[in-house]
Each structure stands twice: as structure tokens, then as C-alpha cells.
Design a protein around this ligand. Structure first.
Ligand SMILES: CCC1=C(C)/C(=C/C2=NC(=C\c3[nH]c(/C=C4\NC(=O)[C@H](C)[C@H]4CC)c(C)c3CCC(=O)O)/C(CCC(=O)O)=C2C)NC1=O
Length: 165
């Protein structure tokens, strides 16, 4: 599993180079957002249950067919599985925010997910809609909407939706 610093060291060591200005800029940017990343991650942790609950309600309001007969989140079991998945996305986003890197998402969340979803008929469109709703709720909770805060949510959205087309 990679983080912002390990990734940079790996890249520079591979060619035997000292950190150059680009590397220093990348490191500075990471450290400059360090405290904010920790604060965001801890705000997510403290409010995870309510963020997931609200995001679920909003998603099912926007796409009511999901919880109607024939919908993928219809029945108590599948409804619960859907909210559990949303909780996974939120928890791993809170890790990726601290790492400053999306590798943990590739390794622990996205690998094989599209295939699983396709085989179970879990629709990707509403899933990424749910991830984007959580992003907005996290923006509200943290009180900012910086790129680094959006990054893990947008990465999961991109990876899930692009590969599905
Ligand atoms: C930590 C990494 C990780 C992820 C991401 C994960 C996802 C995941 N979601 C699953 C199911 C599911 N996922 C959903 C989710 C939804 N259905 C909808 O209509 C909505 C759009 C959406 C919620 C937003 C549902 C309903 C199921 C159950 C499908 C079924 O069994 O028929 C399954 C199949 C096995 C199971 O039911 O537990 C996996 C593996 N598991 C993992 O270990």
C-alpha cells in the first residue's frame, strides 16, 4: 500500500535521483494540507454513521426505484448491503485522505468490484451517485471543498464508472 511520500521516494529511487524541485513541491503540498487531512479524517470518523444514513436517504429519494420491488436495494438484506457498501466507501476515503494517495482504494476497494457488481446486478450509476452525495456531505461536515478532500470520492467515481462503459 502506498502513500504520498512512499510513492515519491519509489519513483525517485527507481532512477537513482535526489528529490528535485517537482518532488519538493509535491512534498510541500502534502505537508501543507497535513493537518487539514487529519481533521477531515477525524470529522468523517466522528460522523460516519450519520453521513451514511443521510446519503442513503438522499440516494433513495433521488432514485426511488432502487428500493421498490425489482430494485437492487429492495428487501431488507439488500438495503443493508447497500448502506454497508456506502460505509466501506466512506471509511476507505478517510484512509486515502490521510495517505494522500488512492492506492488503498485500488488495493482494498476497487479491485474486482465492478465484476462483483455486474454479476449481482448492482447498478454502477446510482452507486457513484451515492459516493458523490457522501462527498457533498463531507464537504458540509468539514466546512471546505478542496481538491484534496474531493480526491478519493472522485477517484472511486471515475474508476467505477469509466471501467463500466
Ligand atoms: C471493502 C471493500 C468491499 C466492497 C466495496 C464490497 C462490496 C460488495 N457489495 C456487495 C453486494 C451488494 N452491494 C449492494 C449495493 C447497492 N445496491 C444498490 O441498488 C445501490 C446502488 C448500492 C448501494 C449504494 C447490494 C444491494 C448488494 C447485495 C446484492 C445481492 O446480494 O443481491 C458484495 C457481494 C457480497 C455481499 O453481499 O457482501 C460485495 C463484495 N465488499 C467489500 O469487501
Amino acid at each position: 500500500m502506498q502513500d504520498a511520500i512512499a510513492t515519491l521516494i519509489g519513483a525517485y529511487d527507481a532512477t537513482g535521483k535526489y528529490f528535485d524541485r517537482d518532488a519538493m513541491d509535491a512534498l510541500k503540498a502534502y505537508f501543507a494540507t497535513g493537518n487539514a487531512r487529519l481533521a477531515a479524517s477525524s470529522a468523517i470518523t466522528a460522523n460516519a454513521a450519520s453521513i451514511v444514513r443521510k446519503a442513503g436517504s438522499q440516494l433513495f429519494e433521488e432514485v426511488p426505484d432502487l428500493i421498490r420491488p425489482g430494485g437492487n436495494a429492495y428487501t431488507t438484506r439488500r438495503f443493508a448491503a447497500c448502506l454497508r457498501d456506502m460505509d466501506y466507501y466512506l471509511r476507505y476515503a478517510s484512509y486515502a485522505l490521510v495517505a494522500g494517495n488512492n492506492d488503498v482504494l485500488d488495493e482494498r476497494v476497487l479491485q474486482g468490484l465492478r465484476e462483483t457488481y455486474n454479476s449481482l446486478g448492482v447498478p454502477i450509476g446510482p452507486t457513484v451517485q451515492g459516493i458523490q452525495i457522501m462527498k457533498q456531505l463531507v464537504f458540509e461536515q468539514v466546512g471546505e471543498s478542496a481538491d484534496w478532500l474531493a480526491a478519493p470520492f472522485d477517484y472511486m467515481t471515475r474508476e467505477l464508472s469509466e471501467k463500466n462503459i
